[in-house]
Design a protein around this ligand. Structure first.
Ligand SMILES: Nc1ncnc2c1ncn2[C@@H]1O[C@H](COP(=O)(O)OP(=O)(O)OP(=O)(O)O)[C@@H](O)[C@H]1O
Ligand SMILES: [Mg+2]
Length: 359
């Protein structure tokens, strides 16, 4: 089992800084996702770890051993490419045997390992089929099996579920996660799908333009994003611009905003007068028809508005609420919430459910 450390990794292609100062330690048994929009450097980072790309700067350590300069076949990694890249003219069994034969594993041992790995991905009886005789999900699992059968110390997966339909993709998330936990292999998983990253990962690395913005557990990234980009990329967000009025004794800050004074939790210190954005998620806002009794008091936040749009998603009802000064709040309420377009409402939320992003 292997710990992976990436120190100051940069990769330039001419003028493009595809990866810029990437710094991360990945623990033994850990599943890390690289999450970010197209072109942010996810695949390049993965290819540097695998050895298909040589870094412009930085070190990549497998258990304290620098692997930069080693070719891929000497790094003992397993990799799944986005398009599976199964060999079409070989059966499943031959696909799985290939890497083992390259490594000089004995015939008997190859047979045993293939039987075991087919069992693991629950495709024990498909060994004699060709890739074209498999469904997309089965091909996906064979690609995973092929990456794992060589018993790699690190598993690298590049958008491994991207080609599957929505339903199967959701099922495969749980499959990949439980498989990874069972086998316990250190894994780097690339995706641009935030829900997939949230379901699968121990920690998520959020990247933009080759740089890491934030590293954290899924709930941490969601509830305490460090930048507008992160907040916008992961889930829906409401931003209210404001200026710090001061801190209360309970670690809450008061902000002066276009819709009055708002209160917000924040763990760092903030100077009075500082321009910040308050962020509150749609599901943290509760709608009510009447002004809360203590809307001017200390309990929470209340913003008056009018329902401008309402949509039904089955598990929730979504609203857009037009408030003072052009502010539009997105709100998600339970599916039975009874407000309609044109209704005057109050949007209330707890200071503990809001967060501050220093601009
Ligand atoms: N071989 C290359 N030559 C020149 N530029 C490259 C090369 N490979 C990648 N890039 C550039 O580096 C940047 C990062 O690319 P990369 O493939 O790592 O992005 P990504 O995050 O995997 O995106 P996607 O989600 O679209 O797969 C992009 O601007 C891309 O155009
Ligand atoms: Mg990519």
């Amino acid at each position: 089992m292997t710990e992976l450390a990436i120190r100051g990794l940069s990769k330039r292609f001419g003028d493009v800084a595809a990866v810029d100062g990437f710094e991360l330690r990945i623990g033994d048994h850990e599943l890390i996702s690289l999450l970010g929009p197209s072109g942010c450097g996810k695949t390049t980072t993965l290819r540097c770890i695998a050895g298909f790309e040589s870094p412009t700067a930085g070190r990549i350590l497998f258990d304290d051993r620098d692997v930069v300069g080693l070719p891929p076949e000497r790094r003992n990694i397993g990799m799944v490419f986005q398009n599976y890249a199964l060999f079409p003219h070989m059966t499943v069994r031959q696909n799985l045997a290939f890497g083992l034969e390259m490594r000089g594993v004995s015939k008997g041992e190859i047979g045993q390992r293939i039987a075991r790995v087919l069992e693991t991905v629950q495709l024990g009886d498909l060994g004699e089929r060709y890739p074209r005789q498999l469904s997309g999900g089965q091909q996906q699992r064979i690609a995973l099996a092929r990456a794992m059968v060589v018993e790699p110390s690190i598993l690298l997966l590049d958008e491994p579920l991207a080609n599957l339909d929505a339903k199967l993709r959701e099922e495969m998330r749980f499959f990949v996660r439980s498989l990874q936990k069972r086998v316990g292999i250190t894994t780097v998983y690339v995706t641009h799908d935030q829900a997939e990253a949230m379901v699968i990962s121990d920690r998520i690395v959020v990247m933009f333009d080759g740089r890491i913005h934030q590293v954290g557990a899924p709930d941490e990234i969601y509830s305490r994003p460090v930048s507008r980009e992160v907040a916008n990329f992961i889930g829906l967000s409401n931003f209210v611009d404001g200026r710090v009025l001061g801190a209360g004794d309970n670690g809450e800050f008061r902000l002066e905003t276009q819709v009055g004074t708002l209160r917000c939790a924040y763990s760092e210190t903030l100077a009075e007068g500082r321009e910040v954005a308050l962020i509150v998620r749609p599901e943290a806002i509760v709608l009510s028809g009447a002004a809360p009794a203590d809307s001017a008091g200390s309990a929470g936040n209340a913003i008056a508005g009018r329902v401008s749009e309402r949509y039904f998603l089955g598990n929730i009802t979504g609203y857009r609420i037009a408030c003072a000064d052009g502010l539009v709040l997105q709100v998600q309420d339970d599916p039975w919430a009874g407000f309609g377009v044109g209704d005057e409402v109050w949007c209330t939320f707890d200071a503990a459910h809001a967060w501050i992003i220093p601009d």
